[in-house]
Design a protein around this ligand. Sequence first.
Ligand code: GMT
Length: 376
Amino acid sequence: MKIGIVCYPTFGGSGVVATELGKALAAKGHQVHFISYSQPVRLDFFSGNLFYHEVAVSDYPLFDYQPYELVLSSKLVDVVKYEKLDLLHVHYAIPHASAAYMAKQILASQGINIPFITTLHGTDITLVGKDPSFEPVITFAINQSDAVTSVSESLKADTYANFPQVKKDIKVIPNFICLDDYKPNDAVCSKKMYAPNGERLLIHVSNFRKVKRVEDVLRVFDKVRKQIPSKLILVGDGPERPAIEKLCRELDTCSDIRSLGKIVNPEQVLAIADLFLLTSETESFGLAALEAMAAKVPVISTNSGGIPEVNINGFSGYMSNVGDVDDMAKNAVNILKDDATLNQFKTNAYQQAMKFDIAKILPMYELLYKDVLSKK
Ligand code: GMT
């Protein structure tokens, strides 16, 4: 098949999922064309089946806001026509689904029928998408998609709740990881670098937005390190960084925390971690937690959104109510208190991650593509 994938190229989960999906499809012999405004960060892989088309937005002075959606629609028309694509798969509803709809209509006027599949990722439905200014467009674009998937049952339910006019059947295809990328020998970091005296190593990976409640990560860590010698690694960057730095000083924990910034291959750092902290207000899925489990790192998380579909309480880690940092710290100590318990949780975490191996999930997308094409 010749598949066009539209995604955000940044470190966000939707871009990561889209890129890894495209890489896996290319490895299976499909021709995959990425269409985005810059090279996706995880597109660090060479294959004769992978192509990248940049959406170049002009900076004409009349525009205070560049009309990205229109440029994207035009680019889609161009790529579909000249690369003879079979279908488009757009990740994140805003504005990718409506741009795909527009491209589809333009192409239809030229006698070309291109189906498009929309994958909903989370904040496009639960945060940004909820904004009434987006509602009619999102509802319309979802209903007009040839197929719609969501990354969890929870997100599917949220979509119907937040967009009552959505009538489309939504198919849940969970996120995945490529377990082959998590081979222990691939570790390029050593634990001694960050925990020189054998301390337990906690880790948090996110884009440091408000929804991640990174302050809670610091508060949990502060409570844990008072009971068990520990260090904390922060991976990622984002708007909440100044608030985090302030809190770290207030709690006097800075000497035990290392910020590594944005990292393209988080598995290299996850490989040396003992415990992952995910304190989000909501997560449609929590790909970061799944990546941790694939690296045999148990997860202390909140129980909101789709997280319970990923982290199994008392098995791959523990879940607590949003903001209950005392409970999270208690659970963290329970996992970290001795090697036997920690090793059991590490084994369980990996076992849970195996359920989401790409080998199991990729065929679901391929089946969906075939189904959509059969109705073309
Ligand atoms: O978490 C973010 O802020 C980024 C966002 C994205 O779309 O890039 O992540 C969402 O999609 C991920 C991949 O499907 C999910 O694993 C995340 O849970 C989801 N984030 C939220 O729902 C907050």
